[in-house]
Design a protein around this ligand. Structure first.
Ligand code: PMP
Length: 428
Protein backbone atom coordinates (compact mmCIF):
# COMPACT_ATOMS: atom_id res chain seq x y z
CA UNK A 1 0.00 0.00 0.00
CA UNK A 2 1.42 3.40 -0.93
CA UNK A 3 1.60 6.18 1.61
CA UNK A 4 -0.98 8.13 -0.44
CA UNK A 5 -3.45 5.24 -0.12
CA UNK A 6 -2.78 5.01 3.58
CA UNK A 7 -3.52 8.67 4.31
CA UNK A 8 -7.21 8.90 4.99
CA UNK A 9 -9.00 12.21 4.43
CA UNK A 10 -9.48 14.66 7.26
CA UNK A 11 -12.98 14.51 8.66
CA UNK A 12 -13.83 17.66 10.52
CA UNK A 13 -16.50 17.72 13.19
CA UNK A 14 -19.70 19.55 12.27
CA UNK A 15 -18.77 22.36 14.65
CA UNK A 16 -15.64 23.09 12.62
CA UNK A 17 -17.72 23.34 9.45
CA UNK A 18 -20.30 25.59 11.08
CA UNK A 19 -17.67 28.00 12.40
CA UNK A 20 -17.30 30.97 10.10
CA UNK A 21 -14.57 33.43 10.93
CA UNK A 22 -13.90 34.15 7.26
CA UNK A 23 -14.96 37.77 7.16
CA UNK A 24 -12.66 38.88 9.96
CA UNK A 25 -9.72 36.94 8.59
CA UNK A 26 -10.34 38.46 5.17
CA UNK A 27 -10.44 42.01 6.58
CA UNK A 28 -7.30 41.42 8.64
CA UNK A 29 -5.56 39.97 5.60
CA UNK A 30 -6.61 43.00 3.55
CA UNK A 31 -5.13 45.22 6.25
CA UNK A 32 -1.82 43.33 6.11
CA UNK A 33 -1.69 43.26 2.30
CA UNK A 34 -2.57 46.94 1.99
CA UNK A 35 -0.65 48.71 4.75
CA UNK A 36 -1.02 51.98 2.84
CA UNK A 37 -4.81 51.73 3.22
CA UNK A 38 -6.43 53.92 5.87
CA UNK A 39 -8.54 51.53 7.90
CA UNK A 40 -11.99 52.72 8.84
CA UNK A 41 -12.70 49.00 9.19
CA UNK A 42 -10.74 47.98 12.28
CA UNK A 43 -12.81 48.04 15.48
CA UNK A 44 -9.57 48.16 17.50
CA UNK A 45 -9.05 50.73 20.22
CA UNK A 46 -6.61 53.60 19.71
CA UNK A 47 -3.11 52.33 20.56
CA UNK A 48 -2.09 55.75 21.89
CA UNK A 49 -4.68 55.46 24.67
CA UNK A 50 -3.49 52.09 25.95
CA UNK A 51 -2.62 52.33 29.67
CA UNK A 52 1.03 51.26 29.64
CA UNK A 53 2.00 52.99 32.88
CA UNK A 54 -1.08 51.92 34.78
CA UNK A 55 -0.56 48.30 33.80
CA UNK A 56 3.16 48.42 34.56
CA UNK A 57 2.60 49.97 37.99
CA UNK A 58 -0.22 47.60 38.88
CA UNK A 59 1.87 44.61 37.80
CA UNK A 60 4.88 45.79 39.83
CA UNK A 61 2.71 46.24 42.89
CA UNK A 62 1.03 42.88 42.47
CA UNK A 63 4.27 40.98 41.97
CA UNK A 64 5.84 42.72 44.94
CA UNK A 65 3.15 41.32 47.22
CA UNK A 66 5.39 38.45 48.14
CA UNK A 67 3.43 35.26 48.73
CA UNK A 68 0.28 36.43 47.06
CA UNK A 69 2.38 37.85 44.25
CA UNK A 70 3.39 34.34 43.43
CA UNK A 71 -0.23 33.26 43.58
CA UNK A 72 -1.05 35.67 40.78
CA UNK A 73 1.30 33.68 38.55
CA UNK A 74 -0.37 30.43 39.56
CA UNK A 75 -3.56 28.94 38.12
CA UNK A 76 -6.63 30.72 39.43
CA UNK A 77 -10.19 29.45 39.66
CA UNK A 78 -12.52 28.83 36.73
CA UNK A 79 -14.92 31.68 37.41
CA UNK A 80 -12.23 34.16 38.39
CA UNK A 81 -10.39 35.32 41.51
CA UNK A 82 -12.68 36.38 44.34
CA UNK A 83 -10.99 39.76 44.80
CA UNK A 84 -11.35 40.50 41.09
CA UNK A 85 -14.98 39.37 40.94
CA UNK A 86 -15.77 41.55 43.94
CA UNK A 87 -14.10 44.56 42.31
CA UNK A 88 -15.99 43.91 39.09
CA UNK A 89 -19.31 43.57 40.90
CA UNK A 90 -18.66 46.89 42.69
CA UNK A 91 -17.88 48.47 39.33
CA UNK A 92 -21.09 47.09 37.89
CA UNK A 93 -23.07 48.34 40.90
CA UNK A 94 -21.61 51.83 40.44
CA UNK A 95 -22.80 51.85 36.84
CA UNK A 96 -26.24 50.67 37.94
CA UNK A 97 -26.31 53.47 40.54
CA UNK A 98 -26.80 50.96 43.37
CA UNK A 99 -24.98 49.54 46.35
CA UNK A 100 -23.68 46.00 45.81
CA UNK A 101 -26.00 44.74 48.55
CA UNK A 102 -29.02 46.11 46.67
CA UNK A 103 -28.16 44.32 43.43
CA UNK A 104 -29.11 40.94 44.88
CA UNK A 105 -26.22 39.27 43.04
CA UNK A 106 -24.27 36.51 44.74
CA UNK A 107 -20.59 36.70 43.82
CA UNK A 108 -20.77 33.23 42.29
CA UNK A 109 -22.96 34.70 39.52
CA UNK A 110 -20.11 36.95 38.34
CA UNK A 111 -17.88 35.08 35.89
CA UNK A 112 -14.63 36.54 34.56
CA UNK A 113 -13.81 35.52 31.01
CA UNK A 114 -11.25 36.04 28.24
CA UNK A 115 -12.87 39.20 26.97
CA UNK A 116 -16.64 39.34 26.72
CA UNK A 117 -16.31 37.34 23.50
CA UNK A 118 -15.65 34.19 25.50
CA UNK A 119 -18.67 34.84 27.71
CA UNK A 120 -20.85 35.29 24.60
CA UNK A 121 -19.51 32.06 23.21
CA UNK A 122 -20.11 30.17 26.49
CA UNK A 123 -23.71 31.41 26.63
CA UNK A 124 -24.27 30.30 23.03
CA UNK A 125 -22.81 26.89 23.85
CA UNK A 126 -24.92 26.29 26.93
CA UNK A 127 -28.23 27.59 25.55
CA UNK A 128 -28.29 26.89 21.82
CA UNK A 129 -28.65 23.45 20.28
CA UNK A 130 -28.17 22.99 16.54
CA UNK A 131 -31.34 24.29 14.88
CA UNK A 132 -32.22 26.63 17.77
CA UNK A 133 -32.91 30.29 17.14
CA UNK A 134 -31.38 33.47 18.51
CA UNK A 135 -33.25 36.68 17.67
CA UNK A 136 -30.98 39.60 16.84
CA UNK A 137 -31.22 43.26 15.87
CA UNK A 138 -30.66 44.24 12.25
CA UNK A 139 -27.82 45.09 12.02
CA UNK A 140 -25.84 43.59 14.91
CA UNK A 141 -22.36 42.54 16.05
CA UNK A 142 -21.14 40.31 13.24
CA UNK A 143 -18.75 38.24 15.33
CA UNK A 144 -21.63 37.04 17.50
CA UNK A 145 -23.48 36.04 14.32
CA UNK A 146 -20.47 33.78 13.65
CA UNK A 147 -20.68 32.44 17.21
CA UNK A 148 -24.35 31.53 16.70
CA UNK A 149 -23.56 29.80 13.40
CA UNK A 150 -20.64 28.06 15.12
CA UNK A 151 -22.99 26.15 17.44
CA UNK A 152 -25.25 25.24 14.54
CA UNK A 153 -27.99 27.68 15.55
CA UNK A 154 -29.73 30.33 13.46
CA UNK A 155 -29.71 34.11 13.87
CA UNK A 156 -33.06 35.57 12.84
CA UNK A 157 -33.34 39.31 12.54
CA UNK A 158 -35.93 41.52 14.15
CA UNK A 159 -36.73 44.90 12.65
CA UNK A 160 -34.64 47.62 14.16
CA UNK A 161 -34.65 51.40 13.95
CA UNK A 162 -32.39 54.09 15.36
CA UNK A 163 -33.74 53.33 18.86
CA UNK A 164 -32.72 49.68 18.58
CA UNK A 165 -34.72 46.47 18.26
CA UNK A 166 -38.46 47.18 17.96
CA UNK A 167 -40.49 45.36 20.65
CA UNK A 168 -43.61 45.22 18.43
CA UNK A 169 -41.54 43.61 15.68
CA UNK A 170 -40.09 41.16 18.21
CA UNK A 171 -43.58 40.10 19.29
CA UNK A 172 -44.64 39.79 15.64
CA UNK A 173 -41.55 37.70 14.81
CA UNK A 174 -42.32 35.35 17.71
CA UNK A 175 -45.91 34.98 16.41
CA UNK A 176 -44.55 34.28 12.94
CA UNK A 177 -42.18 31.61 14.27
CA UNK A 178 -44.99 30.06 16.36
CA UNK A 179 -47.18 29.88 13.26
CA UNK A 180 -44.58 27.79 11.41
CA UNK A 181 -43.87 25.56 14.39
CA UNK A 182 -40.51 27.14 15.24
CA UNK A 183 -41.56 29.06 18.35
CA UNK A 184 -40.10 26.35 20.59
CA UNK A 185 -36.70 26.79 19.00
CA UNK A 186 -36.30 30.40 20.16
CA UNK A 187 -33.89 30.31 23.10
CA UNK A 188 -32.21 33.68 23.11
CA UNK A 189 -32.68 37.36 22.28
CA UNK A 190 -29.32 39.13 21.79
CA UNK A 191 -29.10 42.86 22.41
CA UNK A 192 -26.13 45.20 22.19
CA UNK A 193 -27.75 47.77 24.43
CA UNK A 194 -25.38 50.73 24.10
CA UNK A 195 -23.80 52.13 20.95
CA UNK A 196 -24.38 48.94 18.99
CA UNK A 197 -21.58 47.58 16.90
CA UNK A 198 -22.03 48.42 13.98
CA UNK A 199 -24.80 51.01 14.11
CA UNK A 200 -23.97 53.13 17.15
CA UNK A 201 -27.67 52.92 18.15
CA UNK A 202 -28.71 52.86 21.79
CA UNK A 203 -31.65 50.67 22.75
CA UNK A 204 -34.27 53.11 24.09
CA UNK A 205 -35.04 52.80 27.81
CA UNK A 206 -38.74 51.96 27.34
CA UNK A 207 -37.84 49.28 24.79
CA UNK A 208 -35.56 47.62 27.34
CA UNK A 209 -38.52 47.16 29.69
CA UNK A 210 -40.78 45.92 26.92
CA UNK A 211 -38.32 43.42 25.51
CA UNK A 212 -37.80 41.87 28.95
CA UNK A 213 -41.58 41.77 29.43
CA UNK A 214 -41.97 39.99 26.07
CA UNK A 215 -39.23 37.46 26.88
CA UNK A 216 -40.96 36.67 30.18
CA UNK A 217 -44.45 36.47 28.70
CA UNK A 218 -43.31 34.24 25.83
CA UNK A 219 -41.35 31.91 28.11
CA UNK A 220 -43.99 29.20 28.15
CA UNK A 221 -42.46 25.87 27.13
CA UNK A 222 -38.99 27.04 28.26
CA UNK A 223 -37.27 30.19 29.43
CA UNK A 224 -36.31 32.62 26.70
CA UNK A 225 -33.20 34.44 27.86
CA UNK A 226 -32.15 37.94 26.90
CA UNK A 227 -28.40 38.34 26.44
CA UNK A 228 -27.39 41.96 27.06
CA UNK A 229 -23.99 42.79 25.59
CA UNK A 230 -22.93 46.16 26.97
CA UNK A 231 -19.43 46.23 25.50
CA UNK A 232 -19.52 49.98 24.76
CA UNK A 233 -21.35 51.16 27.89
CA UNK A 234 -18.42 53.16 29.20
CA UNK A 235 -17.52 54.80 25.89
CA UNK A 236 -20.20 57.46 26.27
CA UNK A 237 -19.40 60.95 25.01
CA UNK A 238 -22.59 62.70 26.00
CA UNK A 239 -25.97 62.08 27.64
CA UNK A 240 -26.89 59.77 30.50
CA UNK A 241 -26.47 56.03 30.81
CA UNK A 242 -29.97 54.50 30.56
CA UNK A 243 -30.86 51.78 33.08
CA UNK A 244 -29.52 48.46 31.83
CA UNK A 245 -31.74 45.77 30.32
CA UNK A 246 -30.46 43.61 33.18
CA UNK A 247 -32.02 46.09 35.63
CA UNK A 248 -35.44 45.49 34.04
CA UNK A 249 -35.36 41.91 35.33
CA UNK A 250 -35.27 42.21 39.12
CA UNK A 251 -35.63 38.43 39.60
CA UNK A 252 -32.39 37.98 37.68
CA UNK A 253 -33.77 34.95 35.82
CA UNK A 254 -34.14 36.08 32.25
CA UNK A 255 -31.39 38.58 31.49
CA UNK A 256 -27.77 37.55 31.14
CA UNK A 257 -25.37 40.50 31.20
CA UNK A 258 -21.89 40.90 29.77
CA UNK A 259 -19.39 43.74 29.61
CA UNK A 260 -15.71 44.08 28.82
CA UNK A 261 -12.58 45.98 29.87
CA UNK A 262 -11.34 45.79 26.27
CA UNK A 263 -12.80 49.02 24.97
CA UNK A 264 -12.39 51.12 28.10
CA UNK A 265 -8.94 49.86 29.15
CA UNK A 266 -7.02 47.22 27.21
CA UNK A 267 -8.18 44.49 24.83
CA UNK A 268 -4.80 42.78 25.17
CA UNK A 269 -5.49 41.88 28.80
CA UNK A 270 -8.53 39.90 27.60
CA UNK A 271 -10.69 40.54 30.66
CA UNK A 272 -14.44 40.63 30.37
CA UNK A 273 -17.21 39.50 32.66
CA UNK A 274 -20.69 38.12 32.70
CA UNK A 275 -23.47 38.05 35.28
CA UNK A 276 -25.56 34.95 34.80
CA UNK A 277 -28.87 33.78 36.24
CA UNK A 278 -28.17 31.26 39.02
CA UNK A 279 -29.22 28.21 36.96
CA UNK A 280 -26.71 29.05 34.24
CA UNK A 281 -23.68 29.52 36.48
CA UNK A 282 -22.69 25.85 36.78
CA UNK A 283 -23.19 25.02 33.07
CA UNK A 284 -21.18 28.08 32.01
CA UNK A 285 -18.43 27.32 34.53
CA UNK A 286 -18.25 23.69 33.36
CA UNK A 287 -17.85 24.72 29.73
CA UNK A 288 -15.24 27.28 30.67
CA UNK A 289 -13.41 24.70 32.78
CA UNK A 290 -13.21 22.45 29.74
CA UNK A 291 -11.79 25.29 27.69
CA UNK A 292 -9.21 26.97 29.90
CA UNK A 293 -9.56 26.28 33.68
CA UNK A 294 -10.01 30.04 34.11
CA UNK A 295 -8.85 33.31 32.58
CA UNK A 296 -5.37 34.80 32.98
CA UNK A 297 -5.03 35.18 36.72
CA UNK A 298 -2.60 38.11 36.78
CA UNK A 299 -4.71 40.12 34.34
CA UNK A 300 -7.81 39.79 36.51
CA UNK A 301 -5.84 41.24 39.42
CA UNK A 302 -4.53 44.09 37.28
CA UNK A 303 -8.12 45.06 36.54
CA UNK A 304 -9.12 44.66 40.21
CA UNK A 305 -6.19 46.84 41.21
CA UNK A 306 -6.92 49.77 38.85
CA UNK A 307 -10.61 49.63 39.74
CA UNK A 308 -9.77 49.73 43.45
CA UNK A 309 -7.37 52.68 43.29
CA UNK A 310 -9.61 54.67 40.94
CA UNK A 311 -6.98 55.04 38.20
CA UNK A 312 -9.28 53.06 35.89
CA UNK A 313 -11.93 55.78 36.05
CA UNK A 314 -9.46 58.58 35.28
CA UNK A 315 -8.28 56.55 32.32
CA UNK A 316 -11.82 56.00 31.02
CA UNK A 317 -12.42 59.76 31.13
CA UNK A 318 -9.30 60.38 29.04
CA UNK A 319 -10.22 57.65 26.57
CA UNK A 320 -13.70 59.10 26.12
CA UNK A 321 -12.26 62.55 25.58
CA UNK A 322 -10.02 61.20 22.82
CA UNK A 323 -12.82 59.24 21.10
CA UNK A 324 -15.19 62.18 21.35
CA UNK A 325 -12.72 64.22 19.29
CA UNK A 326 -12.39 61.44 16.76
CA UNK A 327 -16.15 60.93 16.56
CA UNK A 328 -16.47 64.68 15.93
CA UNK A 329 -13.82 64.48 13.19
CA UNK A 330 -15.65 61.65 11.44
CA UNK A 331 -19.03 63.30 11.63
CA UNK A 332 -17.65 66.66 10.44
CA UNK A 333 -15.86 64.97 7.53
CA UNK A 334 -19.00 63.03 6.61
CA UNK A 335 -20.95 66.31 6.54
CA UNK A 336 -18.29 67.91 4.39
CA UNK A 337 -17.68 65.14 1.88
CA UNK A 338 -20.93 63.18 1.74
CA UNK A 339 -23.46 66.00 1.81
CA UNK A 340 -23.55 66.34 -2.00
CA UNK A 341 -24.05 62.58 -2.53
CA UNK A 342 -27.80 61.99 -2.79
CA UNK A 343 -29.39 59.49 -0.43
CA UNK A 344 -26.40 58.98 1.90
CA UNK A 345 -27.31 59.13 5.58
CA UNK A 346 -25.93 58.34 9.01
CA UNK A 347 -26.81 58.87 12.65
CA UNK A 348 -24.30 60.67 14.85
CA UNK A 349 -23.31 58.23 17.59
CA UNK A 350 -23.20 59.52 21.17
CA UNK A 351 -20.67 56.87 22.14
CA UNK A 352 -18.94 53.71 20.98
CA UNK A 353 -16.60 53.45 18.03
CA UNK A 354 -18.79 53.35 14.93
CA UNK A 355 -20.71 55.33 12.36
CA UNK A 356 -23.18 53.31 10.28
CA UNK A 357 -23.39 54.75 6.81
CA UNK A 358 -26.43 54.07 4.63
CA UNK A 359 -26.15 54.50 0.87
CA UNK A 360 -29.05 54.48 -1.59
CA UNK A 361 -30.49 50.96 -2.00
CA UNK A 362 -29.00 50.28 -5.41
CA UNK A 363 -25.44 50.61 -4.03
CA UNK A 364 -23.47 47.47 -3.22
CA UNK A 365 -20.75 47.70 -0.54
CA UNK A 366 -19.95 43.96 -0.25
CA UNK A 367 -16.46 42.40 -0.51
CA UNK A 368 -16.98 41.51 -4.17
CA UNK A 369 -18.44 44.90 -5.13
CA UNK A 370 -16.81 47.50 -7.36
CA UNK A 371 -17.04 49.98 -4.50
CA UNK A 372 -14.96 47.77 -2.18
CA UNK A 373 -12.42 47.26 -4.94
CA UNK A 374 -12.13 50.96 -5.76
CA UNK A 375 -12.01 51.93 -2.09
CA UNK A 376 -9.27 49.43 -1.16
CA UNK A 377 -7.24 49.33 -4.40
CA UNK A 378 -7.51 52.86 -5.77
CA UNK A 379 -8.53 55.23 -2.99
CA UNK A 380 -6.76 53.16 -0.32
CA UNK A 381 -9.40 53.21 2.37
CA UNK A 382 -11.08 50.25 4.01
CA UNK A 383 -14.50 49.78 5.60
CA UNK A 384 -16.60 46.85 6.84
CA UNK A 385 -19.33 45.88 4.36
CA UNK A 386 -22.65 46.23 6.20
CA UNK A 387 -23.94 42.95 4.78
CA UNK A 388 -21.80 41.06 7.30
CA UNK A 389 -23.81 42.52 10.16
CA UNK A 390 -27.15 40.87 9.34
CA UNK A 391 -28.60 37.55 10.35
CA UNK A 392 -31.13 35.71 8.18
CA UNK A 393 -30.59 34.35 4.69
CA UNK A 394 -27.65 35.81 2.70
CA UNK A 395 -29.88 36.86 -0.21
CA UNK A 396 -32.05 38.93 2.12
CA UNK A 397 -29.22 40.93 3.69
CA UNK A 398 -29.06 44.60 2.71
CA UNK A 399 -25.89 45.45 0.82
CA UNK A 400 -26.05 49.23 0.95
CA UNK A 401 -24.41 49.94 4.32
CA UNK A 402 -20.88 50.41 5.61
CA UNK A 403 -19.54 50.26 9.14
CA UNK A 404 -16.97 52.98 9.69
CA UNK A 405 -14.84 53.05 12.82
CA UNK A 406 -12.96 55.99 14.28
CA UNK A 407 -11.14 53.65 16.68
CA UNK A 408 -7.59 53.47 15.38
CA UNK A 409 -6.94 56.48 13.14
CA UNK A 410 -6.05 60.02 14.20
CA UNK A 411 -8.58 62.82 13.56
CA UNK A 412 -6.63 63.94 10.46
CA UNK A 413 -6.48 60.41 9.09
CA UNK A 414 -10.19 59.97 9.74
CA UNK A 415 -10.93 63.11 7.73
CA UNK A 416 -8.70 61.89 4.91
CA UNK A 417 -10.29 58.41 5.04
CA UNK A 418 -13.77 59.86 4.67
CA UNK A 419 -12.62 62.08 1.79
CA UNK A 420 -11.24 59.02 -0.01
CA UNK A 421 -14.39 57.02 0.63
CA UNK A 422 -16.53 59.81 -0.79
CA UNK A 423 -14.28 59.81 -3.88
CA UNK A 424 -14.80 56.07 -4.25
CA UNK A 425 -18.57 56.42 -4.03
CA UNK A 426 -18.66 59.34 -6.47
CA UNK A 427 -16.54 57.44 -8.98
CA UNK A 428 -19.14 54.67 -9.42
N1 PMP B 1 -19.40 42.67 21.96
C1 PMP B 1 -19.28 43.62 21.05
C2 PMP B 1 -20.51 44.32 20.61
C3 PMP B 1 -18.03 43.94 20.50
O1 PMP B 1 -17.95 44.89 19.56
C4 PMP B 1 -16.89 43.23 20.93
C5 PMP B 1 -15.51 43.52 20.37
N2 PMP B 1 -15.44 43.87 19.07
C6 PMP B 1 -17.07 42.24 21.90
C7 PMP B 1 -18.34 41.99 22.40
C8 PMP B 1 -15.96 41.39 22.40
O2 PMP B 1 -14.83 42.07 22.84
P1 PMP B 1 -13.84 41.47 23.90
O3 PMP B 1 -13.82 39.98 23.74
O4 PMP B 1 -12.54 42.09 23.60
O5 PMP B 1 -14.39 41.84 25.24
Amino acid sequence: MTSAEMSASVQLADRALWAKGGAISYLMQQGIENPQCLSLAAGFVDASTLPVDLVRNATDRLLAENIRGRAFLQYGTTGGAERARRAVLEHFATQEGKAVADLGVDLSRVILTNGSQQFLSLVAQVLLNPGDICLVAAPTYFVFLGTIAGVGAKAITVETDTNGMRPDALDAKLDELDAVGLGDRVKLIYLVSNFENPSGYVLAAERRERIVEIAKRRSTSHRIHVLEDSAYRELRYEGDDPPSVWGCDPDGEHVIYTQTFSKSFSPGLRVGFGIAPTELVAPIASRKGNEDFGSAHLNQHIIASVLADGSYYEHVNEVCESYRRKRDAMVAAAREYFSDIDGVSWVEPRGGLYVWMTLPEHFDTSFDSRLFEIATQKELVMYVPGELCYGGEPAERPRNHMRLSYGVLSPDEITEGIRRLANAIRSL
